[in-house]
Design a protein around this ligand. Structure first.
Ligand code: T5A
Length: 210
């Protein structure tokens, strides 16, 4: 399938502001008259949302072994790519995704400690040609992120309940991934106020959209 659109992903630790910034970017892009497809991971399709529930909130998920967890994230992604992302890119849309395959590398690769080459292979199988044009890594001090999540209220999901060490490995993993692919990744300081972060996001997106 020919690919005329652009694919932008948001990544980062818990509470770094991905959902907030993805929504702001989508609104600003739509003001330009472009077709914009906003989606998220895990989820974004009927199948993916069922997988999301299992991974995050269903008590059945408490029995998941880490290998099954990694493959379920990949399964949700494989569905999203074929059902939503590739068709949208083929139409020339801008696709904005809140988390994508780098989350599996960071959380399951670095966080759970799986061999990165194996995780890369699973990711490659799941995403096929849907490699992001731009990945915005919102980097934030872990404690600030946890404080934001606490301020938002609600109960923590299965991944959020992981130990701080796990989240520290994940964040270090993101930094390693950004260093590994400097052309695709842009690291943004997520500690600023939402307007400042949104301006930094916009500068990077404008560069990619031309
Ligand atoms: N996961 C996911 C894997 O382990 N492997 C995978 O392959 C994938 C795809 C997904 C979970 O699954 C894991 C990672 C996650 O643990 P989720 O519900 O999608 O779970 O959770 P997150 O992606 O972490 O999203 P969150 O909503 O939890 O955090 P966000 O999106 O980073 O932050 P956001 O925008 O919701 O903001 C959080 C709070 O901070 C405020 C917001 O108003 C909100 O209250 N805020 C700010 N406050 C001050 N200054 C700013 N600049 C702010 N920006 C936002």
């Amino acid at each position: 399938m020919s690919r005329r659109g652009r694919f932008i992903t948001f990544e980062g630790p818990e509470g770094s502001g991905k959902t907030t910034q993805a929504a702001r970017l989508v609104a600003r892009l739509r003001e330009t008259g472009r077709e914009v497809v906003a989606t998220r991971e895990p989820g974004g399709t009927a199948v993916g949302e069922r997988i999301r529930h299992l991974l995050q909130h269903d008590e059945t998920g408490d029995g998941l072994v880490p290998e099954a967890e990694a493959l379920l994230f990949a399964a949700s992604r494989a569905q999203l790519v074929r059902e939503v992302i590739l068709p949208a890119l083929g139409r020339g849309a801008v696709v904005v995704c809140d988390r994508f395959h780098d989350s599996t590398a960071a959380y399951q690769g670095f966080g759970r400690g799986f061999d990165l080459a194996a995780v890369d292979a699973v990711n490659a199988f799941a995403i096929g040609p849907a490699v992001p044009d731009l990945t915005l890594f919102l980097d934030l001090d872990l404690d600030l992120g946890f404080a934001r999540m606490a301020g938002r209220g609600g109960s923590a999901d299965r991944m959020e309940r992981e130990a701080r060490d796990f989240h520290a490995r994940t964040q270090a993993g993101y930094r390693a991934l950004a260093a590994r692919e400097p052309d695709r990744f842009r690291t943004l300081d997520a500690a600023g106020d939402p307007d400042a972060v949104a301006e930094a996001v916009w500068r990077e997106v404008a560069r990619v959209l031309g």
